[in-house]
Write a protein that binds this ligand. Structure first.
Ligand code: 5GP
Ligand code: MG
Length: 179
């Protein structure tokens, strides 16, 4: 990827993300109120900030695990072919599982991960994504909880990168290339 100059326009503030996570956490806690221990699975790397904030709002017994699927590389387009680069450490058969994703775009990544995890026979498997771009969907899939629906824009921040940069922004912004 060449270093085309760009600026980042704020799209979702840190404050609104925090408020949304608080509300979603209450819904998730209600859904899993009978769990003995929920396995919260973050999809690396983009979800690392979201999962960190989410679990601190979740009033449930939990453990945290991570899975990594191949994604864009440094490009801005999905590769459509999903590979698992790092698998879970925990066995999830008979367990309650919540998969935490940053963005559902074409849907290939989440649908691949869900199929894989379903094949391991969890008791319950639910999904949450911070951002959803429904207009980009190519695979029919919907997360059980969504933070924000956004238009077809390339976004960064709050864990989400552009060529490995900008993950540390506290808000979600959209990339705008400058002449
Ligand atoms: P999908 O397989 O649904 O097309 O893509 C999902 C993955 O693509 C997300 O986990 C995310 O990492 C990446 N992605 C989708 N949209 C964006 C975006 O606007 N910005 C960035 N940085 N990554 C995105
Ligand atoms: Mg991702």
């Amino acid at each position: 990827m060449t270093e085309r100059p760009y600026v980042i326009d704020e799209m979702i503030t840190a404050k609104s993300i925090a408020a949304r996570i608080e509300a979603l956490s209450r819904e998730i806690a209600a859904e899993f109120d009978d769990t003995d221990k929920l396995v919260v699975v973050g999809l690396l790397r983009g979800s690392f900030v979201f999962i960190a904030d989410l679990v601190r709002e979740l009033d449930l017994p939990i453990e945290v695990d991570f899975i990594e699927a191949s994604s864009y590389g440094d490009a801005m387009e999905s590769s459509r072919e999903v590979r698992i680069l790092k698998d879970l450490r925990s066995a999830i058969e008979g367990r309650d599982v919540l998969v935490v994703e940053d963005i559902v775009d074409t849907g290939f990544t989440l649908s691949h991960v869900i199929k894989l995890l379903q094949s391991r026979k969890p008791a319950r498997l639910k999904t949450i994504a911070l951002l959803d771009k429904p207009s980009r969907r190519e695979v029919e899939i919907a997360a059980d909880w969504i933070g924000f629906e956004i238009p077809d824009e390339f976004v960064v921040g709050y864990g989400v990168d552009f060529a490995q940069r900008n993950r540390n922004l506290p808000y979600i912004g959209k990339v705008r290339f400058t002449p």
